[in-house]
Structure formats: C-alpha cells, structure tokens
Design a protein around this ligand. Sequence first.
Ligand SMILES: [Zn+2]
Length: 122
Amino acid sequence: MNKLLTGAILFLAIFMVLLGMIFIIASGMENIATGAAFVIIAVILFIFSYRTTKIEAAKPSVVNQTFQVKMEGSGELKEKELRCKSCGAPLTEKNLKVVQGGVMMTCPYCGAVSALEEAPKW
Ligand SMILES: [Zn+2]
C-alpha cells in the first residue's frame, strides 16, 4: 500500500463525511439514511487506511541499527599481559608467533621464548 493510495482513500473518506453531513443537514428520513450510509462508509475507509498505515509501519522495512561494539581496554590489556617472563620487558605483537596453534613470544631483549597463556579472567 503506497502513500498515494492511502491519501486517496482518506480524501474519499473526508469527501463522503462531508457529503453525508449535507444529506443529514438536508433532513428528511431518506436523506438522513443516505447521509448515515456515507458517514459509515467514510468511517470504514478511515479505519482501512489507518490499519494499512499501521501495518506498513509495523513492517521492518529498513533496519537502521548501528551496532557499536566497543573494544575498549582490549589494547591496554594486551600490553599489560605481554611481558617477557624472564626479564619483564614489554612485548609487542611483532614478537608474537603462532606455532602449532599456540602463540609463542620471543623477547627481543633477552631472547627468551615462552608460550603465551591466556590469563584467566576471574
Ligand atoms: Zn626478556
């Protein structure tokens, strides 16, 4: 359902309400009945357009959500964890080597090679 059609239905509904009003104002049993019929049709059209608009709005047309995953602190943690076990020198990612699934780090200062163990987070 596009907006143009919904607008046309609304316009028709308003037109029918006005026409119904004229009939009701004009009075006379038959005129009031005709006017009431117009108003009822108009109300149905209003509900119809309202419902279609609501359904349209309920549809997940475009998901405009931006997922902001903050990697805060991960860099700092790495630097804290990466220290030579024998001399305590800070090690960078350049000193890391993945050997057989395990991460090995070689100290550029003292040459010590040690396996990087993931520190438990408790
Ligand atoms: Zn070292």
